[in-house]
Design a protein around this ligand. Structure first.
Ligand code: EPU
Length: 435
């Protein structure tokens, strides 16, 4: 387990660059499987989730190599082949992406395999929507002790599907399968996150026909074959917001090169309501604490265009420094306040509730899920010995340690490498005292 010592109490000052969004890049890499010619993806961050998808593609006969520019990869799917189930299980352990290989592999090979899925422990994270979608296309799912074996004995055919919830992954699953399915697929209650729009742009470059309607309806007309693409991944708005929250919590001033206003409108509104300031430039966004008191707020996470669940944890750390009561209602995952205990041990005042403390329709109310929080601030934070629970919670621990008085020990920082590129050197570049 890798450990970081963080001597807190210094404002973060300086510039960091964010590259492509992990949550688009991994799906864009899967899309390359659908092409008859090589694909070229740019702005790929050096994070471990990208390494996992590279290994999975390689296992399936795709050649993955660096391209000409830094952060470019070239994927050649000419030799797509079946992978050994044990190898898939060995490589996939810590990622949810393998499930998205199903549609492309069914199209290319007529069969696919889903291992026991990993990903962050932030709730049950079921895959029922994915399996319902695959079955809707005509796939047959067999549960075996080693995982799920999926076949398409009569091919994949377009269909109508309404998702019970606008799931990001299930929307991507449907898109990646529908593009080459026979006929038209109509998906209602689809997720419309910017990363999904970027995936749609990639699929369109490959030859797909996809219409996005204003009411969460996406219509895909299947085509017999797709070619490779060249694409620059959209910037990582979760990482950008994480640095913004780190600037706010430490009383600092951080320019995030690459951050894009259009993808972060909702975050920027909240940042301003809390009392943070920002300036948007062509090349990125600068975030800073203007001095004085921060304001408490009531906030609910939601699917896009709502406030992202992945922005919630880093913002919660900054809210420990706001004066008054802040109320958070998490409506995307049932278990995303795992980090609250650690913050409390550092001096924050946080009460967790099973009730919905907000007005958004939520699947977790009255079901015993602790999914609302009340933070009372401002609280002075003190150093602690912390063990990272999940990716976003983990980065939040780092922010808390940076804002705290004294030297914290943060264990398990490898989890952070799943989604934050070179964060150790970025922290050092911002003047953080870490080792
Ligand atoms: N859900 C189901 N059944 C399903 C699929 C989802 O009940 O078959 C539920 C989930 O349990 C959850 C909700 O639907 O309560 C939303 O899940 P969604 O499918 O939208 O999430 P995901 O595709 O698994 C992606 C990101 C997450 C991000 C969410 C929401 C990737 C690899 N992961 O997950 O990112 O929080 O969308 O925006 O794209 C992260 O980056 O740290 C991270 C967790």
């Amino acid at each position: 387990m890798t450990t970081m010592a963080v001597r807190g109490g210094r404002p973060l000052e300086g510039t960091v660059a964010v590259r492509g969004a992990k949550n688009l890049v991994s799906k864009a890499m899967v899309a390359a499987l659908l092409g008859r010619t090589p694909s070229r993806l740019r702005n790929v961050p050096d994070v471990s989730d990208v390494g996992i998808v590279s290994s999975l593609l390689t296992l399936h006969g795709v050649t993955v190599r660096p391209g000409d520019e830094r952060g470019e990869i070239v994927m050649d799917p000419a030799g797509v082949e079946r992978a050994d189930v044990a190898d898939i299980n060995a490589h996939a352990g810590s990622s949810r992406v393998p499930i998205l290989l199903c549609g492309p592999l069914l199209h290319r090979l007529g069969r696919a395999f889903i291992p026991d899925l990993g990903g962050c422990r932030i709730g049950d994270r079921p895959i029922d929507f994915h399996l319902d979608a695959l079955r809707g296309f005509g796939a047959v799912v067999d549960k075996e002790p080693d995982g799920l074996h999926i076949t398409a004995p009569t091919g994949l055919k377009g269909m109508k599907l309404s998702l019970p919830y606008p799931s990001v992954g299930a929307t991507e699953q449907t898109l990646l399968t529908a593009v080459c399915a026979e006929g038209v697929t109509e998906l209602s209650n689809a997720a419309v996150e910017p990363e999904i729009m970027d995936l749609i742009a990639i699929l369109q470059k490959m030859g797909a026909i996809i219409e996005v309607h204003t009411d969460r309806v996406i219509r895909v007309t299947g085509v017999p074959a797709l070619s490779g693409y060249t694409h620059r991944a959209l910037p990582d708005r979760i990482e950008a917001a994480s640095w913004a929250c780190a600037a706010l919590a430490t009383g600092g001033h951080v320019t995030v090169d690459g951050a894009r206003q259009a993808d972060m409108m909702t975050f920027l509104n909240v940042f301003r309501r809390v009392g943070g300031e920002f300036a948007v430039a062509d090349s990125g966004i600068t975030f800073w604490h203007p001095g004085g008191q921060l304001s408490s707020i009531a906030l609910e996470t939601h699917v896009h265009p709502g406030f992202m669940t992945d922005w919630q944890q880093p913002l919660a750390v900054a809210l420990t420094q706001a004066s008054g009561l802040s109320i958070l209602h998490e409506t995307v995952y049932e278990n995303r306040f795992g980090f609250a205990g650690a913050l409390t041990s550092m001096g924050a005042t946080i009460q967790l509730y099973r009730e919905c403390l907000g007005g958004l329709p939520c699947r977790f109310g009255q079901r015993n899920f602790v999914h609302s929080a009340v933070l009372s601030g401002p609280s002075k934070l003190y150093a602690a010995d912390l063990e990272i629970p999940d990716l976003r919670g983990g980065f939040s621990y780092l922010i808390a340690a940076l804002a705290a008085q004294g030297t914290s020990t943060v264990r398990g920082i490898d989890i952070i490498k799943r989604g934050y590129e070179n964060f150790e050197s970025k922290l050092a570049g911002l003047g953080a005292d870490v080792s």
